[in-house]
Design a protein around this ligand. Structure first.
Ligand SMILES: [Zn+2]
Length: 434
């Protein structure tokens, strides 16, 4: 289909034109929710960075989508041979921070190898680079200054200037990359917040002028808890030659109740034909909040933290039925979305984590086995849990896309939140809820 002729069906029957900005990436909105913000899109990447290697395939991923958050390019506990067992193509977008490589091979070495695709031997996956990842590379705004952004990493604190950042991006050759941003905590002063917006716009211009890679650029938008600053930043970034947008500064002390207003204020100003990514919205209800505001790409740090804690996702994926809370599960710390497999009630439980789940873990192992692995501190526990949790969350995103297409996204979100409210009631009463 010719790119300029691409047409998308809008839910109410109207038709919208979209002209992709970048040959490396194409994006098209396919359907809108009744509210007019949540949308289903198609992101296409031609992973052609396989220099000297076999020809790479084009990756097509429907949005809203989950980016698999990684450590140095791979999910924390899933090895490359198990990556292929995850739902495909849903699992083919990997997000990494260039800061992870600060103490690894230097930029020249990575560049000589052929970039991150060749380094990791995954030419058929899409890689998205952004400075912050909410796990191992956290913005440290008190140390950022007019020259660069500071990040707290396991290797220490680093101040990264736009030129250094662009050297890393150029050597790693990701499919998509996010411009350097000065992400600040929601509690900073008005003056500091304004400075972060000015710096982020200036650094975006620096990144554009230094650009030496074919990867598609997502412009960073910040502004903390100020609607005016976020709107100002969004308008300035939207004027630049970017292929998409990254909404920064969320999950850094912002008020969940205020977040929808901040998200809507920005997404309402952005061109509808370009994708929007966010970091820091991980919980299922936060994802639903982001989708309702028109966000297309989310990270999976929630999966990482669940897995580390020994938790497994169990919430129903049909999005329709009300749940029945089991008083024993509540007593053992289940919150209705997940269970803690370290709990003693699972020691002799020979059932699967989720009946009917087709993931590798549920097809081959029981709760009792994972409980045993957790109790003896065997890393296979985290491997099996991350496989199930990632599989379950990718299916959750699939359910969200189906609900938008079928015009029932608002109902799905309402039912999910109602189920959570019923759980809280059941937990407080210590009884079963029907
Ligand atoms: Zn499973």
């Amino acid at each position: 289909m010719p790119q300029a002729e691409r047409r998308e069906r809008i839910f109410d029957g109207a038709v919208q034109e979209s002209k992709p900005e970048n040959e490396k990436m194409k994006f098209a909105v396919k359907a809108w929710s009744k509210s007019g913000r949540a949308r289903v899109g198609l992101l296409q990447l031609s992973s052609s960075f396989a220099q000297g290697g076999p020809p790479a395939k084009e990756i097509e991923i429907e949005t809203p989508a989950l980016l698999l958050t990684t450590r140095k390019g791979l999910p924390a506990f899933i090895s490359p041979d198990h990556l292929s067992s995850l739902p495909s193509p849903d699992s083919r977008l990997l997000q990494f921070s260039p800061m992870h490589f600060m103490e690894g091979p230097n930029s020249n070495t990575i560049s000589t190898i052929g970039g991150v695709h060749q380094l990791l031997g995954l030419p058929d996956y899409g890689f998205i680079a952004l400075p912050r990842d909410s796990i191992l590379s956290l913005p440290e705004c008190s140390s950022s200054n007019k020259h660069g952004a500071s990040f707290e990493t396991p290797c220490g604190r680093f101040l990264v200037k736009p030129l250094e950042y662009m050297k890393m991006i150029s050597s790693m050759k990701p499919d998509l990359w996010v411009s350097l941003a000065d992400e600040v905590h929601a509690s900073v002063t008005v003056k500091r917040n304004k400075a972060s917006v000015d710096r982020t716009i200036r650094w975006l211009d620096d990144c554009i002028s230094l650009k030496s890679t074919d990867g598609a650029l997502f412009g960073s938008i910040v502004g903390g808890s100020s609607i005016e600053e976020r709107q100002h930043c969004a308008q300035e970034v939207a004027k630049r030659n970017v292929s998409g947008f990254y909404l920064g500064g969320f999950g850094l002390g912002d008020n969940v109740d205020e977040r929808s207003k901040l998200l809507h204020a920005v997404t309402d100003l952005l061109p509808k034909e370009k994708p929007r990514q966010v970091c820091g919205l991980g919980l299922p209800e936060e994802v639903l909040q982001g989708v309702a505001a028109g966000i297309d790409l989310f990270d999976s740090m929630y999966i990482y933290h669940l897995t580390l804690g020994g938790f497994a996702l169990i919430f129903p994926l049909d999005g329709k039925c009300k749940q029945v809370w089991d008083s024993q599960q509540i007593a053992m710390g289940s919150d209705g979305t997940k269970i803690n497999l370290k709990a003693t009630i699972y020691r002799k439980d020979t059932s699967r984590i989720v009946d009917g789940c087709i993931c590798y873990t549920c097809q081959n192992h029981t709760k009792a086995y994972i409980n045993h692995l957790l109790n003896v501190h065997e890393m296979l526990a985290q491997i099996l849990l991350e496989i199930h949790n990632t599989h379950h969350y990718l299916c959750f995103f699939r359910v969200i896309r189906e609900a938008i297409r079928e015009g029932r996204f608002a109902e799905l979100r309402h039912t999910f939140i109602e189920n959570r409210r019923d759980y809280l009631l059941a937990a407080s009463l210590g009884s079963r809820v029907l």
